[in-house]
Design a protein around this ligand. Structure first.
Ligand SMILES: Cc1cc2nc3c(=O)[nH]c(=O)nc-3n(C[C@H](O)[C@H](O)[C@H](O)COP(=O)(O)OP(=O)(O)OC[C@H]3O[C@@H](n4cnc5c(N)ncnc54)[C@H](O)[C@@H]3O)c2cc1C
Length: 336
């Protein structure tokens, strides 16, 4: 008797999409309009991927058709769009193994059961995200009491003194987002170069956000909660202590590719290797969005890129299942 007898879905789906971020949600809709029996599996209790987990209150400006849209509202729209095609959605289920039972039948093992599908589309993004920590004991002591690696509600910083650490997109985006909410925002970065989007860096430097460069965090102080932070100039050794209600380190993420390798997928430092059809090295298994590393094209972790890749993958999956089906779907005239 299998450990999953209580939760085996014996129905075979045309496509099972793993990961309910923007790429997975749009792929769900698209599979539906290609008349594919579609299931979406998401490890978390909610859909939306990074948009819901990491930046629900941040505006997104580079999704076609919206001059700006809050990440949480974009997720709502994507969910509405996906639900039109009546997919099967399974939340709180993490994919842990993939096996080919025969040429066109794949078994997916999750933390809650077994699923069967002719094709699988991995839209697992960065996988289970873990934020890089500063690793300073006096700072980690205040995690959740003034030190925040993840922001789920930007309004908690209203009228607060906030220090943000980092030079990438997350740090710069949050500095700009909080500048009109917090009473003061200080951005601390250890070197002159920024990895963030050029336009955002220009905006940062023309804003009233205080920049402390090249500084690093050395120490944090307080009793019950964070009260101040000591920073060190990495060139001169000079120290400065600033009053702070919140310290937000945004110094990157740790990504674990080991699960993909254990499924037999070829990976490189950017993710699961895919060709121009978004096919992985395993027949019938496709990958798109942040999870994918397209061979021969630049790796751009952007929502719009995942949307376009999802269209390619779904159309190729349709053709993989039924070689008589055209890859090009034609244009949608009306949704039934
Ligand atoms: C702070 C920040 C700001 C950003 N701003 C922008 C922006 O303004 N514009 C833009 O275009 N991009 C932006 N991005 C990038 C954008 O969020 C990503 O490119 C996008 O979320 C990738 O979508 P995805 O669907 O591929 O993956 P994700 O959004 O990462 O979703 C993957 C989903 O898969 C699930 N999952 C993972 N492993 C499993 C498993 N084994 N089983 C089941 N489910 C699993 C995860 O829980 C998650 O829900 C930003 C990113 C960050 C961090």
């Amino acid at each position: 008797m299998s450990a999953y007898d209580h939760d085996v879905d014996k129905e075979v789906y045309d496509i099972t999409i793993v990961g309910g971020g923007p790429a997975g949600l749009f792929a769900t809709f698209y599979s539906g309009i290609r008349n594919m029996k579609t299931k979406l599996i998401e490890a978390l209790p909610h859909l939306g991927g990074q948009l819901s987990t990491l930046y629900p209150d941040k505006y997104v400006y580079d999704v076609p058709g919206y001059t700006k849209i809050l990440a949480r509202d974009l997720v709502k729209k994507l969910e509405e769009q996906a639900m039109q095609v009546n997919p099967t959605i399974r939340l709180n289920e993490k994919l842990i193994a993939l096996r080919h039972l025969d040429e066109k039948l794949i078994e997916l093992e999750t933390t809650r059961g077994l699923h069967y599908s002719k094709t699988v589309l991995l839209t697992t993004g960065m996988g289970v995200i873990s934020m890089k920590k500063l690793g300073i004991p006096s700072v980690e002591r205040f995690e959740g009491r003034g030190v925040y690696y993840l922001i789920t509600n930007k309004w908690m910083f209203r009228d607060k003194k906030v220090i943000i650490v980092g030079g990438g997109d997350s740090a710069v985006d949050w500095a700009l987002e909080l500048k009109d909410i917090a009473s003061e925002v200080v951005l601390v970065h250890r070197r002159a170069g920024f990895r963030a989007h050029e336009a955002k860096v220009v905006e940062l430097f023309s804003s009233r956000i205080r920049k402390l460069i090249p500084y690093v965090v050395r120490d944090a102080h307080g009793s019950e909660k964070l009260e101040s932070v000591t920073l060190t100039n990495v060139e001169t050794g000079e120290e400065v202590t600033l009053e702070a209600d919140a310290l937000i380190p945004q110094i990157g993420y740790e990504i674990d590719n080991s699960l993909y390798k254990s499924w037999g997928l070829d990976v490189d430092e950017h993710g699961i290797k895919v060709n121009g059809r978004m096919e992985t090295n395993i027949p019938g298994i496709f990958a798109v969005g942040d999870a994918a590393s397209p061979i021969g094209s630049p790796k751009l972790n952007l929502i719009a890129i995942g949307f376009a890749q999802a269209i390619i993958a779904v159309n190729c999956a349709k053709h993989y299942i039924d070689p008589n089906a055209s890859i090009f779907p034609g244009h949608i005239v009306k949704l039934t």
